[in-house]
Design a protein around this ligand. Structure first.
Ligand SMILES: Cc1cc2nc3c(=O)[nH]c(=O)nc-3n(C[C@H](O)[C@H](O)[C@H](O)COP(=O)(O)OP(=O)(O)OC[C@H]3O[C@@H](n4cnc5c(N)ncnc54)[C@H](O)[C@@H]3O)c2cc1C
Length: 416
């Protein structure tokens, strides 16, 4: 079903009775060429690009709950390409370009809003680091502007410029960064994949793998056994659990991350502002709510919900940099489960089990990766070769020590 202004107008007159489900609800078939486990952003884009870029359409996405009910529908929707390290830099640059063409490609309004991301700097050392990062971003072909304190004041005058502990020295502005409506991204790709003939199967939990002589032959699910030529995992916070069913122990831990939204306010926050020293970031939704978050809960967990200590911690950081936050009423908070890798960077690779593939370790930055992750994972599944922009996302880097530690915090998953 296509969307147009005329259709919306017509349905308004008809009491919105003419809309149809935008994807089918098929029963699982006995066999697929490719099975993707996980109907989040990465699973759906993988299925879409398998069909679109490689002509592989005998594909099923198996989702244990409902499509988009995981982290893709729980994140703070920030999209950016402001990475430093070769390996990450070109991947996220590719991803941002896909974001920029997504609405036209899917004919779906993902509410992509490129109003910029400002990272605040509070010391000369941080300014030097941002200058280096900004230069790397520009060398990669992306945009970056180093602002001095006055530049930050001109951009976001509501910040606390009188803080003794965190004086604002300047910031790095990435103008093409911004936000997008997360559910719409999942729905748009789901509809696109369905139109190519991909089976999107909800309420279908994978409970085990069929592995013969080191080769995966299919999966066991709550809706029966399904055979497959290839199986790709894209289960985010459940990565280590699902991989364990295939006998794999991964360098990935699960941690909860929370986010919050305030009552609707008049427009005040231009794009996204991040306060890395205190770990707080904020944007404003189109409805006016301040959307913000901060640190992980710091201990391993599968509890996708909020709790008071983390809430207090985030509010404290928020109040330090944006005191006016204290006047807003908090509407709600929620949590999701992050697949934190040991170096903070993701994995898109084959596994030691033949024909079983891994997409995971996205930590708390996987939303912005959504289109490129699917693009590159589909490439790997279709060709058995890593896509050039994702060639550093290997599993064996944790054996060889060639880590992609963007923040330089060492092998501590909860520190990245
Ligand atoms: C509070 C919060 C804020 C965030 N903010 C940002 C941000 O601003 N920018 C950013 O880039 N990233 C952000 N992230 C991270 C981002 O949301 C994730 O990295 C990304 O969504 C993970 O990929 P996904 O969409 O495929 O995951 P998911 O949507 O979680 O998809 C995985 C799916 O696998 C399914 N599954 C699991 N096990 C099984 C099984 N056994 N069988 C079948 N299905 C299974 C799950 O039900 C789930 O639907 C944030 C995350 C959270 C929680």
């Amino acid at each position: 079903m296509g969307y147009s202004g005329f259709k919306v107008f017509l349905e308004g007159l008809r009491g919105n009775t003419g809309w149809k489900p935008v994807w089918r609800d098929p029963a699982p078939k006995a066999h697929y060429d490719v099975i993707i486990i996980g109907g989040g952003g990465h699973g759906l884009t993988t299925a879409y690009y398998l069909a679109k870029n490689h002509g592989i359409t005998n594909v099923a996405v198996l989702e244990r709950g409902y499509l988009g009910g995981g982290n893709v529908g729980r994140n703070t929707t920030i999209v950016r390409a402001n990475y430093l390290l070769p390996g990450n830099s070109e991947f996220y640059s590719h991803s941002l370009k896909l974001w920029e063409g997504m609405e036209q490609e899917l004919n779906y309004n993902t509410m992509m809003s490129q109003r910029g991301i400002l990272n605040l700097a509070h010391s000369d050392g941080q300014m030097d680091a941002f200058a280096r990062r900004g230069n790397q971003m520009r060398l990669q072909g992306d945009d970056a502007v180093l602002l001095d304190a006055q530049g930050v004041r001109d951009h976001a005058s509501f910040l606390n410029f009188d803080s003794q502990r965190f004086p604002i020295r300047g910031g790095l502005l990435h103008g093409r960064g911004g936000t997008a409506r997360h559910d719409a991204v999942a729905w748009g790709y789901a509809r696109g994949a369905d139109q190519f003939g991909v089976d999107l199967i909800q309420n279908c939990e994978v409970t085990g793998f069929k592995i013969e002589a080191g080769v995966v032959k299919g999966v066991e699910t709550t809706r029966g056994s399904i055979s497959a030529g290839k199986v790709g995992m894209a289960v985010a916070g459940r990565t280590s659990q699902v991989a364990a069913m295939a006998g794999l122990r991964l360098p990935v831990e699960s941690h909860a991350l929370q986010a919050f939204v305030s009552e609707g306010l008049k427009p005040v926050v231009p794009g996204v502002v991040t306060f890395g020293m205190g770990h707080f970031y904020v944007s404003q939704s189109d409805k006016g709510g301040l959307v913000f978050g901060g640190d992980l809960d710091f201990y391993n967990s599968y509890a996708a919900r909020g709790n008071m200590p983390a809430m207090e911690h985030v509010m404290e950081a928020g109040m330090a940099m944006m005191p006016m936050l204290g006047n807003a009423k908090l509407l709600r908070g929620w949590g999701g489960i992050m697949d934190m890798s040991m170096d903070g960077s993701p994995i898109i690779d084959r596994t030691p089990v033949q024909n079983l593939y891994l997409n995971g370790g996205w930590c708390y930055g996987g939303f912005k990766a959504t289109p490129a992750s699917g693009w590159c994972y589909a490439h790997l599944l279709a060709t058995d070769q890593p896509h050039p922009v994702a060639s550093r996302f290997t599993l064996n880097r944790f054996e060889t020590g060639q880590l992609l530690d963007e923040e330089g915090t060492g092998p501590r998953p909860n520190r990245h």
